[in-house]
Design a protein around this ligand. Structure first.
Ligand SMILES: O=P(O)(O)O[C@H]1O[C@H](CO)[C@@H](O)[C@H]1O
Ligand SMILES: Nc1nc2[nH]cnc2c(=O)[nH]1
Length: 324
């Protein structure tokens, strides 16, 4: 369970003052030897056990709904929604467009669990905490993660409403020394030094591209590189120019730490961005990104994206190549 005592952490989750450990160092779910106060395997198992007792559905696919994409969870059959505040050790959603519930149910007959609302670094949560639900999904039996986001299009060929399948990422936050896997490594989740060169499953990506075409999105589907910045402010013109030079096609404030955590514990990953705004690296441009417009684009695409995700989930459940 989470700590009720006084804990003072810096922005990276590094503890400054912790007054509520017991002698085994794990009473409150934290590892005493860690400079970073991360949940242990046991703490996360407490969370997954709580959910297993509450819900009989055994999810195979985990879905993370991006900003304005919570309606992906609405398409589930036989839904059971559990508010984050009722789940032990779960953070709370604080951003508009992220409802804050874990939704269990079936998509195309396949048992799934959806995060209707994700956690962002700019909300004040350290990266490991933003990504902790991915480990809970793993402990629930999930083998595949579909993570989605709203993102600004850096690639000049991208238009609002397009979908970018993520083929790779640039972990800007990680390259500057902040990573969800920081701190002691628990081999029960995965290795100390996980490779990230093939983080996004190529076969799943190719298949998703075909599904997008079947849904009439041939002109709107791309594959590209996503980059995650800390936020919450949108980028300056100089920053957009830098991101273009780095080779990023879309920019957002999420997803990368989830994918790293998922690959670390060997989940197969598909990620896609809904391009909600075009990032104009031009001082004369009058287009300024704003949340309302971003959420509107999610609404505009909700029906087709529900069908898109349904097709992907069905494919995951039937494709032998993807069985783990
Ligand atoms: O990445 P998701 O959660 O879709 O949200 C994106 O949209 C928000 C900005 O409006 C930011 O949180 C950005 O990361
Ligand atoms: N950082 C960032 N996140 C976004 N999410 C949606 N659009 C944007 C954007 O332009 N920049």
């Amino acid at each position: 369970m989470s700590c009720n005592g006084k804990v003072v952490m810096d922005g990276n989750g590094v503890i400054k003052n912790h007054k509520c450990r017991d002698s085994d160092g794990l009473k409150n779910g934290f590892d005493e030897n860690s400079l970073i106060d991360k949940y242990t395997f046991e703490t996360l198992t407490e969370t997954s056990d709580y959910l297993k007792k509450l819900v009989s559905i055994e999810p195979k696919v985990g879905i993370i709904c991006g900003s304005g994409l919570g309606t992906l969870a609405d398409a589930l059959d036989d839904k059971i929604a559990i508010p984050y505040e009722d789940i032990p050790n779960f953070p709370k959603s604080t951003v508009k467009g992220h409802a804050g519930a874990l939704v269990f149910g079936y998509l195309s007959g396949v048992p799934v669990v959806c995060m209707k609302g994700r956690f962002h670094y700019y909300e004040g949560y350290p990266l490991w905490k933003c990504a902790m639900p991915v480990r809970v999904m793993k402990l629930l039996g999930v083998t595949h993660l579909i993570t989605t986001n709203a993102a600004g299009g850096l690639n000049s060929n991208y238009r609002v409403g397009d979908i970018m399948l993520v083929k790779d990422h640039i972990n800007l936050i990680g390259l500057s020394g902040n990573n969800p896997l920081q701190g002691p490594n628990d081999e029960r989740f995965g290795p100390r030094f996980p490779p990230m060169a093939k983080a996004y499953d190529k076969k799943l990506l190719e298949q998703a591209k075909e599904f997008a075409k079947e849904l009439g999105l041939a002109k709107n589907i791309h594959e590209g590189v996503y980059t995650c910045v800390g936020g919450p402010n949108f980028e300056t013109v100089a920053e957009l120019r830098m991101l273009n030079i780095l080779g990023a096609d879309a920019v957002g404030m999420s997803t990368v730490h989830e994918v790293i955590t998922a690959r670390h514990c060997d989940l197969t990953v598909l990620a896609f961005s809904l391009i909600t705004n075009e990032c104009k690296a031009d001082y004369n441009s009058m287009d300024l990104a704003n949340l309302e417009e971003i959420l509107d684009v999610g609404k505009m695409r909700q029906t087709v994206l529900q069908k898109f995700v349904q097709k992907i989930v069905k494919y995951i459940s039937t494709s032998e190549d993807l069985q783990q």
